[in-house]
Ligand binder design. Structure first.
Ligand code: C2E
Ligand code: CA
Ligand code: CA
Length: 270
């Protein structure tokens, strides 16, 4: 009897999760059809000159009531139903449009998109359509995404490298994949994860990780970007440690494109 009740609860719980997931998937399809996805942009600075050299494009979903949803609340559902590939393609198109306007931008690609054999043609077509310079578009990939299907990922990465796009390994330091692929892929930047940067001034272990990534990057001839720089003290510490570029709330928050790339209004509030 006890087992029956426990199992019934388990089944009920699983059904409820599936119903929630399907309703989220429906919401995403509606948002896509109603063009309620938006890109925000966050500045990336060169630590030697202090100049803004690029912007990372970050996806947001606008609710019908005007409120904004962060990627953490909708990307898992988009990944679970494959809609993420459509979203990534939309982002590629926007990035090509912005690069065509002369902006330097970085975009994020998911593991699922990276495994899509049609991705390169889509990318190249977007660049051609907007007459964008490929070297104005940086592509951010996580190690996990690359390692899901290394062969297809490597093909895409080699081809965009030949086009002239810069490639950054995102969330670097959080994976456990080893570094062998760094020898074979045309990676330009290692992006040091927020988790190691945010508490750099208080945490010795984080300082060791950042120092190790800077050393590793130097030995492979790569450059580094620190993400999650929240204050001036961290900014000066990473500069002293030899990090090349930085991004974070202490430098500039992600904001709507109209403000960050084309205008002057305030960026995202905390
Ligand atoms: P990510 O690529 O690691 O992006 C950096 C995240 O750190 C962003 O969160 C950004 O808003 C946040 N961040 C920036 N500065 C600071 C800081 O100083 N402190 C802290 N604590 N956080 C900071 P966001 O916008 O919520 O994006 C979360 C993740 O969603 C991204 O992580 C990326 O993996 C994914 N994502 C965002 N946009 C896209 C997209 O267009 N396509 C795909 N496939 N994934 C995306
Ligand atoms: Ca990123
Ligand atoms: Ca990251």
């Amino acid at each position: 009897m006890f087992t029956d009740i426990t199992q019934a609860k388990l089944v009920q719980h699983r059904l409820q999760s599936e119903i929630d997931r399907l309703s989220q998937v429906r919401e995403l399809h509606e948002a896509l059809a109603e063009q309620r996805f938006e890109l925000f942009a966050q500045p990336i600075i060169d630590l030697t000159t202090g100049a803004v050299v690029s912007h990372e494009l970050l996806l947001r979903m606008r609710e019908r009531d005007g409120s904004l949803r962060m990627p953490g609340t909708f990307l898992p559902a988009a990944e679970s139903c494959g809609l993420i590939c459509e979203l990534d393609r939309w982002v590629i198109k926007q990035a090509a449009r912005l690069a065509g306007d002369g902006h330097h931008v970085e975009l994020n690609l998911s593991a699922a998109s990276l495994g899509d054999p049609g991705l390169y043609d889509n990318f190249a077509a977007a660049i051609a359509e907007h007459e964008a310079r490929p070297d104005h578009i940086g592509i951010e990939l996580t190690e996990t995404a690359i390692m899901q299907d290394e062969t297809i990922a490597a093909m895409f990465i080699q081809r965009v490298g030949v086009l002239g796009c810069e490639l950054a390994l995102d969330d670097f330091g959080t994976g456990f994949g080893g570094f062998a692929y760094l020898k074979n892929l045309p990676v330009d930047y290692l992006k040091i994860d927020v988790d190691f940067v945010r508490d750099l001034c208080m945490n010795t272990a984080s300082r060791h990780v950042v120092q190790a990534v800077v050393g590793l990057a130097a030995s492979f001839g790569l450059r580094t970007v620190a993400e999650g720089v929240e204050d001036d003290q961290t900014l000066s510490m990473i500069r002293d440690m030899g990090v090349d570029r930085a991004q974070g709330y202490g430098i500039g928050r992600p904001g709507p494109l109209a403000d960050t790339l084309y205008g002057t209004r305030d960026a995202e509030m905390s």
